[in-house]
Design a protein around this ligand. Sequence first.
Ligand SMILES: [Ca+2]
Ligand SMILES: [Ca+2]
Ligand SMILES: [Ca+2]
Ligand SMILES: [Ca+2]
Length: 375
Amino acid sequence: MSFSHAEFPAGDGPSAIEISDFDTNGDPDLAVVNPTPDDVSVLLGGAGTAFSGPAPYDATSAPADVASGDFDGDGDPDLAVAGANGVAVLLGVAGGGFSAQTVFPAGGAPSAIAASDFNGDQDPDLVVVNRVAGAVSVLLGSSGGTFLQPTSFFVAEGGLSMSVAVGDFDGDGFLDLAVANAGTDSVSVLLGGARGTFSQPTSFAAGDFPQSVAIGDFNADGDPDLAVANRLSGDVSVLLGRPEASFSPPTNFAAGSTPFSVAVGDFNGDKDADLAVANRDVGPSGARDTVSILLGGLGGSFAAPAAHRRSSWLRRARRPRPAAPSPTATRTRSPTRATTASTGRIRGRPTATPTPSATPATARTHRSARRSGGP
Ligand SMILES: [Ca+2]
Ligand SMILES: [Ca+2]
Ligand SMILES: [Ca+2]
Ligand SMILES: [Ca+2]
């Protein structure tokens, strides 16, 4: 198995990415968050593997993460960007453009965001991770792409919470949350209830400084499992799901030197869920910007990673070569519809898509099970 490599400009300091079909032409498009100029850049996918743009849109202050969904129900995907001032909502218009932002309060220090319909009223809702508070804020969607005041749910004292994934861990039809806590080396599970409320958290051990969490059914038993990228231990913890929403102790698999993000997909088409891990070059330590691919095997085990070099800073600014093949994602989903994956209770992103699909190198998979339909 190998991956080809093409690059496209994406604004300044891209730090998070979301895939959707913003112009509804059937080709997956990209939205990339840029913290330095406070914007979100949209790259529209065209014929073949090319992307146009980037088209920048103002998006709150110090944007950290982006989610998409059809918040106003007009059929055009919209964007929600979590940043220092709250959540900036940009409503999509025909052709892949976006309205000016409307900012909604979302608690302090948002570090991650996901969109799903938590209360089952068909309006997409938002969950925002509040990093310093060790909490999540839930913003229930209302008419016209507006959101109600946030409700805060406790996650972990001193949690330094970084990332959230959405799935139904106990199979009761209500969406649940898994939150990676870098401060407590744990992942917290909050079970969803009616009306978009969440239980007190249950914590499970992960590795050193968990930065990102994603959901997949790695041992194919129908119970959602967790993959946690550990920034300081350079590995991925896999926690196998058990009935009643408990999880096994972590089994750790080596990744790159400083994993920042983990995504789930079936990259070699064998129907076993695989992992892609983005490893960030954090300075003169000799570490490299790479993506590690860990191919899933029997019982939720993973093969040793294959490393794929990422770009250097110089190459990042280079214009794309027209003839170059691209790591284009081969599947996206309409944010207006719930997606039923082949893995039973896991819904949303293609955690076990049988086609060889891949999200781009920096995909953030705390959104791996994000979806927008009713439970
Ligand atoms: Ca819309
Ligand atoms: Ca809702
Ligand atoms: Ca549930
Ligand atoms: Ca499982």
